[in-house]
Design a protein around this ligand. Structure first.
Ligand SMILES: Nc1ncnc2c1ncn2[C@@H]1O[C@H](COP(=O)(O)OP(=O)(O)O)[C@@H](O)[C@H]1O
Ligand SMILES: Nc1ccn([C@H]2C[C@H](O)[C@@H](COP(=O)(O)OP(=O)(O)O)O2)c(=O)n1
Length: 258
């Protein structure tokens, strides 16, 4: 069952690749197929994957992905970039499968990760189509799936993460690549202020700060280690206007005239 040509695992994380990070559509699909009898929604997801054209090619317009922890400002900035560039806004998981997200979130990790991985392949076909007509901005994509999976699998400290350049940080070869990936980061305090602004309870807020601090650090560090393509970090602590300016500047610099 082990795919040929896959490099050995980091000794600290045996089974990580199999448990959490799928590196091909086939690998995620196999898991999906195994649960169709127990979870009918898996069949529906696979049917949508099958409807996507194979051998996707990006159009000529730039494709920009925005990544980051919850409440770092992804929704805010992707909406503004969409308006500024007359871009099409997509998100992963895509709208066509989001009604099943809760179902898969309640399933064991392997199945949950397969759902998000398959969602990225559906988004890829949406990106390919849309980028022939306008710039495309994407709220979360592969890096979210990989970074959260790695951070969930690795217990304890940040130093327990697989070392930089490990296979788990590589982009899947069969998944359409964007032109630019920006990682929004804010201080833990500012992130909590923003969560509070969204109406998070005080108690939830404390849980967030204490229990999840290590988890967040591991997600963010995993994001930073992703490569081929990697992500460019954007300090998103400043005002909405300033963050938008920085993001538009980076898009212009990397993607040329729009
Ligand atoms: N630059 C900013 N400064 C202050 N508050 C912000 C900024 N960007 C977003 N917010 C607010 O922070 C909260 C989280 O932002 P949101 O865009 O929903 O983040 P995400 O999509 O990453 O979860 C929202 O209430 C939003 O209005
Ligand atoms: N492309 C994606 C998007 C989200 N995920 C997973 C990773 C995390 O467990 C959650 C994050 O979702 P959350 O609800 O916090 O994010 P949004 O508010 O939708 O931006 O979803 C993923 O694995 N792959």
């Amino acid at each position: 069952v082990w795919p040929p040509g896959v490099p050995p695992l980091h000794p600290a994380v045996p089974g990580l690749r199999r448990a959490a990070v799928f590196h091909s559509l086939e690998a995620a699909r196999r898991v999906g197929e195994q649960c169709t009898s127990l979870i009918p929604e898996a069949k529906a997801v696979l049917d949508l994957v099958d409807e996507c054209p194979k051998h996707l090619k990006k159009g000529n317009f730039p494709v920009i992905v925005i990544e980051g922890l919850d409440a770092t400002g992804k929704t805010t900035v992707t909406q503004s970039v969409k308006d500024s560039l007359k871009a099409l806004l997509l998100r992963s998981p895509p709208a066509c499968i989001s009604q099943w997200r809760k179902t898969f979130d309640d399933e064991p990790t392997l199945i949950r990760r397969a759902f998000y991985a398959l969602g990225n392949y559906i988004v890829a076909s949406e990106i390919a189509k849309a980028s022939t007509e306008s710039p495309v901005i994407v709220d979360r994509y592969w890096h979210s799936t990989a970074a959260y999976a790695i951070a969930t699998e690795i217990s304890g400290k940040v130093k327990n993460l697989p070392p930089a350049h490990h296979q788990v940080y590589q982009w899947p070869e069969d998944l359409l690549k964007p032109d630019l990936i920006l990682l929004l980061t804010v201080s833990p305090e500012e992130r909590i202020r923003r969560l509070q602004g969204r109406g998070l309870e005080k108690t939830e807020e404390e849980t967030e700060l204490e229990a999840n601090s290590l988890f967040r650090q591991k997600v963010e560090e995993s994001y930073k280690r992703m490569e081929n393509p990697g992500c460019q970090e954007v300090d998103a602590s400043s005002s909405r206007e300033e963050v938008l300016r920085t993001v538009l500047h980076l898009i212009k610099k990397h993607c040329g005239s729009l």
